[in-house]
Design a protein around this ligand. Structure first.
Ligand code: S3P
Length: 170
């Protein structure tokens, strides 16, 4: 098992927590490449995430997500912005831990997450307020397994990046 901390940061958290936005800024600040897992999946399939869900269903999406993660986790240095469900799949948690990278959970209050996701067409798992809340409740125990939790409440992306850099673990 690889116990050395690699120059590899995984950003995780629920839909709307700012993984892509913070990831882009963090990667720019560090001068590291950003790998946005959803973007990688879309490029590989030539389809949007919504189309993949509609055409082939969630189990297929989870398979290709795991394959994309396997590839992405070989990169170094890199900031990897995960999808909201990536770190809630036990095989992905194992893979990420084995990779020797650092995991950072971008935590955000449910009402803020909901407000950000409402009206957006590109999130097939956002159906209604009740299922959204249930999904969040189901996933928080996984998110808690992250090495670090950074609250994004009331913070601009720049401030979240500063918090992450202050962890000084990579
Ligand atoms: C998902 C979140 C999405 C995307 C897919 C599934 C989820 O990513 O991977 O729609 O299971 O919560 P974002 O968190 O970037 O929206």
């Amino acid at each position: 098992m690889n116990r050395r901390r690699r120059r590899l940061i995984y950003l995780l958290g629920f839909m709307g927590s700012g993984k892509s936005t913070v990831g882009k800024l963090l990667a720019e600040t560090l001068g590291w490449p950003l790998i946005d897992l959803d973007t990688l999946i879309e490029a590989g399939q030539g389809l949007t995430i919504r189309e993949i869900f509609e055409n082939s269903g969630e189990p297929f999406f989870r398979q290709i997500e795991h394959a994309a993660l396997t590839e992405a986790s070989k990169a170094e240095p890199a900031v990897i912005a995960l999808g909201g469900g990536t770190f809630a799949q036990p095989p992905n948690v194992d893979l990420i831990r084995e990779s020797g990278g650092t995991t950072v959970w971008l935590d955000c209050p449910p009402e803020v997450l909901r407000a950000r996701c409402e009206g957006l067409e590109n999130r097939p798992l956002f159906r209604d307020a009740q299922s959204f809340t249930q999904l969040l409740v189901d996933r928080v125990p996984f998110y808690r397994l992250a090495d670090f939790r950074v609250s994004t409440e009331g913070r601009k992306p720049e401030e979240v990046v500063e918090q992450i850099l202050s962890l000084r673990v990579f």
